[in-house]
Structure formats: structure tokens, C-alpha cells
Write a protein that binds this ligand. Structure first.
Ligand SMILES: [Zn+2]
Length: 453
């Protein structure tokens, strides 16, 4: 199969004139569609069986609907399967959705959930290989190859961004510099002195790097840097324009989420017009977020993903809450896999700050645990020099407000600590007078996002 796919891929690549940049791992990106659908169906049948046989939650849900793995006869039958949502990961915390015994699991990652507990994800050795492979295909989309020097400024740790990009860049044969996040001046020194040709980080952090470099008297345009791999938060065309004006890079979008695998679910190609979904591993659907109905390609709705090959933790029809549409028209790069349009918003209230997922419910949990506050608060997001700031405005009880300054300061510290404990973000806490936060008739406007670009 692999040899056949590689041959097909090479032929297609020749046809579009990108043979010079073609990487054998990218072969599935160029498969004739009929062949791709056969691969997807075989994998879907196998993964539904695996989930059914090994994960209690899936078995119960399929049984409730009178479905067995044998009912998956065509790709369209995927619509018979129940959705999986983030709360399912929380409710089965930590290991309840694993389909492999711990002896076969080689890695765990975690990301923030809707309450204090994180969600935990697992990988077998095979899963890590697939992850590296889709990251190789991601880098290949951007025209990167052996010989490139990639600075990886995504955070290393429980967050999937750092190690996901790292393994992929190594598998590509490129040179990886694992700078991780933070220490901006050192990041710029490395960029400049090591001849870095590509950088992975959140787009807002890159804007910060550009501005800091200017302050340091370094013109980014004089550096060999030519590609930016920006993800882990939504960003706009305005930001792309800014970045491409101030540097010589092409700024590329990359999409992924820990629940599915991490970064490497979808990536832009040189055409920069939508992100190709590596759909031989991640089957995409677009649904109406209100009704759950599957929408045709081109229609805007919520992205739902099914992992077709994930062994340790299969996800059946996972609701991402990201709003986008599927693009099936042929792409100028010659890839046959479909694209999703850039994600600009979500169907829930999750906010992303410096690449970290934060839910207003987490802030609420933090506030509720502390006496002296009332449940009226507002989250204000701003961005200065490319760095996101989170301010929490909290109303305090009238008696506390008329109290001595000392009590308010103690409360402020307690709140800051409690919010950091739950979200991992240092927020600025502003205590405000009782009844000073506007009340609303319907859903309270909890989040004021004043970040420009
Ligand atoms: Zn393309």
C-alpha cells in the first residue's frame, strides 16, 4: 500500500510541478479520491470496532442506538454514530476512554478542560509515528525539508504543541532547535545567530518577537527566516499581512487539538487558501451545531472529527466547537485531500489566550471558591506588543468594599492565585464596586475581547 501510494503521489506531484519539494510521507495528500475513500472506509470500520470492543462509553452508546460495528458499510454510515464531546473526556477522567492497556501507551499529554481537571490524552508507539508523519506532511505543505533549521517555540510539556512539532521536524530530517516558549531576547538571538529558516509558535507570540526585534535594532528582513508555522489560537488575515510585511516569511496556519492528536490535523499549503485536512487519519464532517445534522461541503458549521487510525484513544465524531466549512474544490497545489476554511470562531465560549484554552466557567469556579465576591465578573482580553493579557473585573460585596484597603488587597491576591491554579494564566485582578458590571437580560457578556488583529 505504501509503495503504491508513494508512486501515485509522485506522479500527481510531477503534474503540478512540485516534485522538487515532494516528500514521500505526503503521498496520501495526492491520492486519487476514490482510492482515498477506500482507505478511509477500511480504517473507519476498524476504528469503530476497536472503540466498541475496548471502550465502555462507546459500547454503551452504540448499544443504546442499536448499532454494531457491522452497521458501518459506507462512509456515510458515520452519521449513525453518536457524537463525543469534551465533557465525555472530563467524565471519564483520567483514563476512561483509553482503548489500549498502559503497557502499550508510550505517552500522555493533557490540556485544560472546562473545570479544574485537565483532559488526558494517550498515544501508543504507532500513534506517535502517525503524529510525526502528519507533522512531516504539515512541514512539507510549507515547502520545508531536510536542511531547514526549525526553531520550535511552542511550549514543551503537557501541551501537545511542543513535542508534536518537535518529533515531526526531526522525522522530516530538519534541524530542530527546542527553544520552547518564553525568554524573548534569547529567542531572537537564536533566530539571528543560528540561521533559522522556519519558526513554530503562536501567531501572537511571533508578533511580539517582531516588535521586540525592532526594539533591539534587528531587521527581521535581513534574516534567512522564510516560514512561520502559526497555530494553537485563531488568527486573522490582518495579522498575516502584518507579519508578512515586517519579515520575509510566509505565515502559515496549522490546526490541531489534543483530543484528536495535537498539531498536525490540518495545514495550509503554499496557496494559503484553506487548511488541508489529513483526512486519511482524521475524517472531517461539518454539522449544524444546533441540530447535529450533517451539512454538505461548502456550508458553514461546526467541525466534527473522527480519528481513523488512533489506537490508544479513538475519537468517534468529536465535536470540536470550531466553526468552519469544508472545501472540496481542487487546490492549486495538487493535493486531493479536502480543506477547511480558516477558523475564526467557536460555537462555545472557550477563549484562547497565549495558546492556552480558558473557559469562563473556570474563572467562575475560581471566584466562587472565595468569600467576598459576588458572581458578577467580566473577562477583558487585550493585546500589547503581541502579548495577550487577561484582566478579570470582579464585583465585591458592599461590606467588603467599604472595608479597609488591606482586606481588598488580600482578596485580590487570593483571586489571582486561585485563577492561576485553575487556568495556568496570570491574570490581572481588578476589584470593582458592587453593581458596577453591566447586567444583561439574556446571556451575560462575560468576555470582552479587545485584542486587535
Ligand atoms: Zn493546497
Amino acid at each position: 500500500m505504501n509503495v503504491a501510494m508513494a508512486e501515485t503521489g509522485e506522479k500527481c506531484a510531477d503534474q503540478v510541478g512540485v516534485a522538487a519539494r515532494f516528500h514521500p510521507e505526503s503521498a496520501p495528500d495526492f491520492l486519487p479520491l476514490r482510492q482515498l475513500r477506500v482507505v478511509q472506509l477500511q480504517r473507519l470500520q476498524a476504528i469503530v470496532r476497536r472503540a466498541y470492543e475496548r471502550v465502555k462509553l462507546y459500547r454503551e452508546r452504540l448499544t443504546q442506538r442499536n448499532i454494531t460495528p457491522e452497521d458501518i458499510v459506507t462512509l456515510g454510515d458515520i452519521a449513525k454514530l453518536p457524537f463525543t464531546v469534551k465533557a465525555d473526556l472530563r467524565d471519564t477522567y483520567p483514563f476512561g476512554l483509553f482503548a489500549s492497556p498502559m503497557e502499550e501507551i508510550v505517552r500522555l499529554h493533557a490540556s485544560s478542560g472546562t473545570t479544574g481537571k485537565p483532559i488526558v490524552v494517550a498515544y501508543t508507539e504507532e500513534d506517535v509515528k502517525v503524529w510525526s508523519s502528519v507533522m512531516v506532511r504539515t512541514f512539507a505543505c510549507y515547502g520545508l525539508h531536510r536542511g531547514d533549521i526549525i526553531q520550535n517555540s511552542y511550549g514543551y510539556g503537557l501541551f501537545t504543541g511542543g513535542l508534536g512539532a518537535h518529533y515531526g521536524a526531526e522525522a522530516l530530517g530538519a534541524t530542530v532547535i527546542p527553544t520552547s516558549g518564553g525568554n524573548t531576547e534569547r529567542q531572537i538571538m537564536v533566530l539571528k545567530d543560528f540561521g533559522v529558516t522556519a519558526i513554530c509558535c503562536t501567531p501572537s507570540y511571533f508578533v511580539h518577537l517582531v516588535e521586540k526585534a525592532m526594539e533591539m535594532g534587528i531587521d527581521m528582513k535581513t534574516l534567512p527566516l522564510r516560514a512561520g508555522i502559526f497555530g494553537a489560537e485563531p488568527w486573522t488575515e490582518a495579522m498575516r499581512k502584518y507579519v508578512q510585511q515586517h519579515t520575509n516569511i510566509k505565515a502559515y496556519d496549522v490546526y490541531g487539538l489534543s483530543e484528536i492528536i495535537g498539531p498536525g490535523v490540518a495545514a495550509e499549503c503554499e496557496c494559503q487558501c484553506g487548511l488541508h485536512v489529513f483526512e486519511d487519519h482524521f475524517y472531517p464532517e461539518i454539522i449544524n451545531p444546533e441540530t447535529g445534522e450533517v451539512l454538505p461541503d461548502g456550508a458553514e458549521g461546526e467541525l466534527v472529527l473522527t480519528t481513523l487510525s488512533k489506537q490508544a484513544m479513538p475519537m468517534l465524531r468529536y465535536r470540536t466547537r470550531d466553526i468552519t466549512s469544508l472545501v472540496s474544490e481542487p487546490c492549486g497545489c495538487g493535493r486531493t485531500i479536502r480543506r477547511i476554511s480558516r477558523i475564526s470562531r467557536r460555537s462555545d465560549d472557550m477563549i484562547i489566550i497565549r495558546g492556552v484554552n480558558v473557559f469562563p466557567s473556570q474563572i467562575e469556579t475560581a471566584l466562587m471558591g472565595i468569600e467576598g465576591t459576588v458572581p458578577h465578573y467580566q473577562i477583558v482580553l487585550t493585546r500589547a506588543q503581541g502579548l495577550d493579557k487577561m484582566e478579570i473585573r470582579v464585583e465585591v460585596t458592599p461590606d467588603l468594599f467599604s472595608d479597609k484597603i488591606g482586606a481588598l488587597e488580600t482578596l485580590q491576591k487570593k483571586l489571582g492565585y486561585s485563577i492561576f491554579n485553575i487556568t495556568g494564566i496570570h491574570a490581572q485582578i481588578t476589584l470593582v464596586e458592587p453593581r458596577s458590571i453591566p447586567r444583561s437580560e439574556g446571556k451575560a457578556k462575560r468576555v470582552l475581547d479587545e485584542r486587535k488583529m
